[in-house]
Ligand binder design. Structure first.
Ligand code: P5A
Length: 446
């Protein structure tokens, strides 16, 4: 992409309404624009990151054997009356009437609708296990939408639902989701810690939230510092193996890590004092096992091996896709702007032309641009007729992890400069070597 032809409405001023750094930077970097309270338009740069996050979520879900589909945002109230949640959900549910006076609602979650799909088609245990998921907009009429996309009213969620014959099989699905979520967040360059939580209006006893530690997080959390040392890494996992998935769950959840809703001071105080931590976190996902809470009232049954009709065991599993942008920026920024991890960056590499209109500089930039694109990367070339300082400020603000700077002086010596946004360190290289280095870096972040 050439910046001169892109739509990147960066702001010079710090928006007064934004209280936390991620919200400020998303507005300043021209990623989002508030449409009304808690509802945002996704401008091109923000939309790109949103898409990259979705791509990682899809890849990791499919790797775990989960199947994507898409359900509507507007749902009939009747289905929610069947489960008993139409009244129970309260003020957070946006209720709508159509012209025929029928009650609709904007889906805050989709346990009812997916259960209706399931009961319409699946009749035998032989079709199990089954996990279906979507990435779709949700609406929750939060009392206090705030912090930009972090607590929106309209927000993008990955929501998945597992259907299993037995409780044991459904708990395997729970563990499988835990593993796939660990991988998903790590690929984005985020450390998200599973913590025992409360299930709220979704229901069930077994539930973990995934929290990214951040001072601006809305949840108070209590944990054993040893949990922050754990990483999943690139180990191979067989998602069909009950033992392997249970082993990962054990490894990642046996130490104390809880949100304030489930915190138990008596248990916490038994951890050696130097390992006890009280902090704040951003909830970027949550997994649930709730058994037959929806399958029973909605009649989602299958025939088991003995020919008996039994309600299926279910769980649901959510990732806060749009909230993740806020969490990523809270965890990756400095006073100049955002610092995207390679896994989610909107463009792989910036190209800054220090002297637009200089024949040698222009030609070298065009060459770099073509070579990066040929290698399958997406560069952002700042080809505007602007001062170098302004170009650097824009690149630092939007946070591309790598920048190649091209100027007539360097070119006379046959070099350009490759700079890491994170460390600020630069190296001088021949243009082809700079391209090679960037390509190598991204080979590790497919
Ligand atoms: C699991 C999937 C559920 O709704 N039903 C389907 C279950 N879980 S949840 O924890 O309530 O939501 C899943 C994730 O969505 C994000 N989230 C939000 N993001 C932005 N703004 C909001 N107002 C908001 N509410 C929830 C969180 O990341 C949450 O973990």
């Amino acid at each position: 992409m050439r910046l001169s032809r892109y739509f990147l409405p960066v702001l010079k001023e710090t928006p007064a309404e934004a209280q936390i750094v991620s919200h400020r930077l998303m507005l300043r970097a021209g990623m989002i624009k508030q449409a009304s309270a808690g509802i945002y338009s996704w401008l091109p740069l923000g939309f790109r990151v949103l898409e990259r996050i979705q791509q990682i979520v899809h890849e990791e879900q499919e790797r775990a054997g989960h199947i994507p589909l898409l359900m509507p945002t507007l749902q009939s109230a009747d289905l929610w009356r069947e489960s008993g949640r139409y009244d129970a959900y309260g003020e957070e549910m946006l209720r709508i009437k159509d012209r025929g006076g029928r009650d609709l609602l904007f889906s805050p979650t989709a346990e009812e609708l997916i259960t209706d799909i399931f009961r319409s088609y699946v009749k035998s245990y032989k079709d199990l296990p089954l996990t279906l998921y979507q990435i779709q907009w949700k609406f929750r009429d939060e009392i206090r939408p705030r912090f930009g996309v972090m607590r929106g009213r309209e927000f993008l969620m990955k929501d998945g639902y597992n259907f299993d014959l037995t409780k044991e099989a459904a708990l395997h699905a729970y563990n499988r989701h835990l593993v796939s979520y660990l991988r998903t967040y790590e690929r984005m360059g985020l450390k998200a810690i599973p913590m025992r939580a409360d299930s709220g209006p979704i229901g069930g006893e077994d539930t973990h939230e995934f929290l990214v530690l951040a001072e601006t997080g809305e949840s108070e959390v209590f944990y054993d510092s040893e949990v922050t040392d754990l990483t999943f890494g690139d180990r191979a996992i067989n998602y069909d193996s009950v033992e392997e998935c249970a082993g990962v769950l054990e490894e990642f959840t046996s130490r104390y890590a809880r949100t304030d809703e489930t915190h138990d001071e008596a248990v916490f105080s038994q951890i050696p004092e130097e390992r006890r931590r009280v902090a704040r976190g951003i909830e970027v996902g949550q997994i649930f096992y709730f058994g037959t809470k929806y399958s029973e009232p909605l009649g989602a049954t299958v025939q088991d091996g003995d020919g008996n009709k039994v309600p299926v065991h279910m769980g649901s599993h959510g990732i806060g896709v749009s909230r993740l942008l806020g969490a990523l920026i809270e965890a990756n920024h400095d006073d100049k702007g955002i610092i995207w991890p390679e896994g989610v960056t909107p463009f792989h590499c910036g190209i800054v032309n220090l002297k637009q209109g200089d024949a040698a500089a222009d030609a070298a930039c065009e060459n770099l641009y073509d070579q990066l694109k040929t290698a399958g990367l997406e560069p952002l070339y700042d080809d505007r007729d602007e001062r170098a300082g302004a170009k650097f400020a824009t690149m630092d603000l939007i946070g591309l992890p790598w920048r190649i700077t091209v100027g007539p002086r360097g070119l006379k010596n046959g070099v350009v400069e490759l700079t890491s946004r994170r460390t600020g360190e630069s190296v001088e290289l021949a243009p082809e070597a700079a391209v090679h280095q960037v390509v190598e870096i991204y080979r590790k972040h497919p």
